[in-house]
Each structure stands twice: as C-alpha cells, then as structure tokens.
Design a binder for this molecule. Structure first.
Ligand code: V47
Ligand code: SF4
Length: 374
C-alpha cells in the first residue's frame, strides 16, 4: 500500500514537472506554484538543463563580464542587519572607516590609465554623508572622467539620504541624476517577505520602499539591478514571493538589467548560528531564478562571493554574467566569509576562466553594450 502511494506521488510529480518543462520549452511564463514545484521536486540535472535552455535562447554561449572598480565610502552604518559582518554601528564607530571626497577621487584617479567602464559605489549608511555630499562626489567624478558609468547607492542608502534631506524620491533621484548618476546596484533587497525581513534586517527601508525607489529610478530613465539574499532562515515560498514581486515591477517598467541571487555567508555576523547552504542549493537557486525571472535579461553570479570554480559551474545553470572586479576594493563579502578574500581577477584571468568551460567571454559595459569579444 505504502509502495503504491509512493509510486503514485512519484508519477504525479513527474507529470507536473513535465507540464512545467513544456511551458518552458514553449517560452511560456511559469507561475508561482510552478516555481515552488521546481524548487521542491526538480532534480539538479533537470533544473540545470531547463535553465541552460533558457539561457542559451537568450544569450547563446556568451558570458558577460565588465571592467569596474569599487568605492566603499564608509563601513559605518546606522542600521544593524543581523547578517552583516561589514558595518560598524554608528554608535561604536571607532573601528569604522570614512573616506573623504579627496580619498574617493584619488581612488578614481588610480584608474586613469586603465580601460575601466564602471565605478560601483556602495557602503554603509553614514548620517553625515548626505545627499548633497554624494551629489558633489558624482559631479567631481564626472568632471574628472565623464564617460565612466557611475553605478551607485543601494535603495537603502537612497531611502535614508532622501528622507534626511526631506526630498521626495523623485526629487532625490533627479538631483543625483543631474549630478551624474547613471544606474543603481541591486543591494538591500534581501528578502521581501515582511516577517523574514523583520527578523534579519528590521530597521532599514522596507520591501515596498525598496521597490518604490527602483520604480522611480526606472521612471527617470535609469536602470538598476536586483538582488535576493537566500540560504538563511527563508523558505522556497519566500524566494518565489521575492522573485514574483520583482517580476511584476519589471513587467511595469522594464528597467532591471540583472537578477543577482546572493548566497548568505555566515562568517562573523549575528547569524553565524545559521548554517550555509550547499553548492547544490546554490545551483538550484540560479536555475530556478533563470527560469522564473523570464523578463530579466541577465542572471549574475557574483564570483567574489561564490569563488571562481563555483562561478564556472553556475555558467551551466542559467548564469550569463560573472561581474568582474579588477581590484580588491570590495570588502562586504570577504568580511562575511566569502570564498575570495582578495577578489581581484585580471581580464586575462576572467577570459581564461570562461574559456575553460567552453563559453564565449564578452566584455560589456554596465548596460550590456558589447565592448569586446574574446
Ligand atoms: O544587500 C551583506 C549582501 C549586498 C552578506 O548590483 C551579504 O551589480 C551574503 O548588492 N552574506 C550588497 N550576502 C552587495 C550587492 C551587490 C554586489 C555585487 C554586484 C551588485 C550589482 C550588487 O550584500 C547586501 C546584502 O544582501 N550581504 N552581508 C552576507 N553575510
Ligand atoms: Fe548597513 Fe547594509 Fe550592513 Fe545593513 S547590510 S548593516 S544597511 S551596511
């Protein structure tokens, strides 16, 4: 009797998975229930082959990377996300760093003779670095190197600086756009489910606020990315809910470039008791992400976080972009136990890494215009 029941459940699952696979091969959107079924019952090879089909339909064999560098203005932060190993609370900031305008311009100048196309500026939320300070920074960077794309400030930083300056979101976005902002990164999204968000990062911008800021950025004609912090205390339903809310906004604005699932790392933070998920779970996350987020052009694996070998593996599970910092200026992950303690890869290293798994390296700018094919 038990054996018959198990057999029936198995064949029901197989039929459901087959129906979902047919939708995907016909280019139809899958719904939330389908997404959940994939997470719960799809085997890794099954998910990988579906995600790879979607990825190759969109991008063929191309793997994108860009030449960028990071500026982290401060690690002092007024917020206290439990998963964050990076920030120093504003109240105890003896160990924090705060870069001056000149410090940051000197970082930009360091790259004067290098063919970088993007500067990525992101850091903690410091009460004294306000909207007008950052607008001046953007103007100074543009005055020095006008063609450099400035991807700066998460929705968390923007929400705080706009509220503090007492300007509306649209006004704040406009001030920064006029100063030289070109796009914003995807950080701060974490997980949108309100109950889980309150448990892991209660005091920063809420989910609706995060989405509103990205909508305003898109309405101003700028693009953005979207992240999701996974593999902590959330479940599959929460991940699907998160992706669904992003997918809805993308249907409305079309302003997102890239979806970036970020694996929770448990080093040296207030959630160190939560075990990290396995590489199998990471690959499932990329695969379901690629399949579910049908209106997001790109899926990124952030290699400093995953490590080089796993980033190569992810290229068979839906990923078409591996970011590409050329310097060790980003500390947000290395402090939480990421695979790469000094995330620096030269262009030759990135090209070799991609070629080793028989894919085609394509250097892109922030908006995915092709800079060079290798
Ligand atoms: O929002 C912090 C994450 C994000 C941990 O848009 C952690 O191109 C894992 O969003 N374990 C900020 N993740 C970084 C970010 C990003 C990175 C690279 C490229 C882009 C892009 C965006 O880092 C935070 C948070 O989700 N984070 N601590 C941790 N312990
Ligand atoms: Fe501050 Fe960002 Fe760290 Fe949260 S994740 S404490 S907002 S630096």
């Amino acid at each position: 009797m038990i054996a018959t029941l198990e057999k029936n459940t198995f064949s029901l699952q197989t039929t459901t998975l087959q129906t979902i696979a047919e939708k995907i091969y016909q280019g139809e959107r899958i719904n939330e229930e389908d997404g959940l079924t994939l997470f719960e019952t799809g085997s890794l090879p099954f998910l990988g082959s579906l995600a790879n089909h979607v990825r190759e339909k969109l991008h063929g064999n191309a793997v994108y990377f860009n030449r960028n560098f990071h500026i982290e203005p401060t690690n002092v932060c007024v917020f206290s996300c439990n998963f964050c190993a990076y920030s120093q609370l504003y109240a105890h900031r003896e160990e924090g760093w705060e870069l001056s305008m000149d410090d940051m311009l000197n970082i930009v100048k360091k790259y004067d003779d290098q063919p970088v196309t993007e500067v990525h500026i992101v850091g903690g939320v410091h009460p004294k670095m306000n909207l007008y300070f950052f607008a001046d920074l953007l103007k100074a960077i543009k005055a020095h190197r006008p063609e450099l794309h400035i991807k700066a400030f998460t929705a968390v930083e923007l929400d705080y600086m706009f509220r503090k300056a007492k300007v509306s979101i649209a006004e704040g976005v406009n001030i920064l756009k006029e100063a030289g902002l070109n796009s914003i990164p995807g950080g701060g999204a974490e997980i949108f489910d309100e109950e889980i968000r309150n448990k892991i990062s209660a005091d920063k911008v809420d989910s609706e606020g995060w989405l509103n800021i990205h909508e305003a950025i898109h309405n101003a004609g700028l693009h953005s990315n979207a992240t999701m912090l996974y593999g902590h205390i959330e479940n599959y339903q929460h991940r699907i809910n998160h992706m669904s809310r992003l997918r809805q906004l993308q249907d409305k604005t079309g302003g997102f470039n890239t979806f970036i699932p970020l694996k929770f790392r448990n080093g040296d933070n207030d959630m160190s008791y939560v075990p990290e998920v396995s590489i199998v779970e990471d690959l499932k996350m990329y695969a379901v992400g690629r399949i579910f987020m049908d209106n997001f052009p790109h899926l990124k694996a952030y290699w400093p976080m995953l490590g080089r070998k796993n980033a190569q593996l992810a290229l068979a599970f839906g990923v078409d972009d591996i970011d590409g910092t050329i310097d060790d200026t980003t500390k947000i992950y290395s402090m939480a136990g990421a695979e790469e303690q000094n995330p620096a890869m030269s262009t030759d290293d990135i090209v070799a890494l991609i070629k080793q798994v028989n894919r085609q390296p394509v250097e892109r700018d922030t908006l995915y215009n092709v800079v060079k094919e290798y």
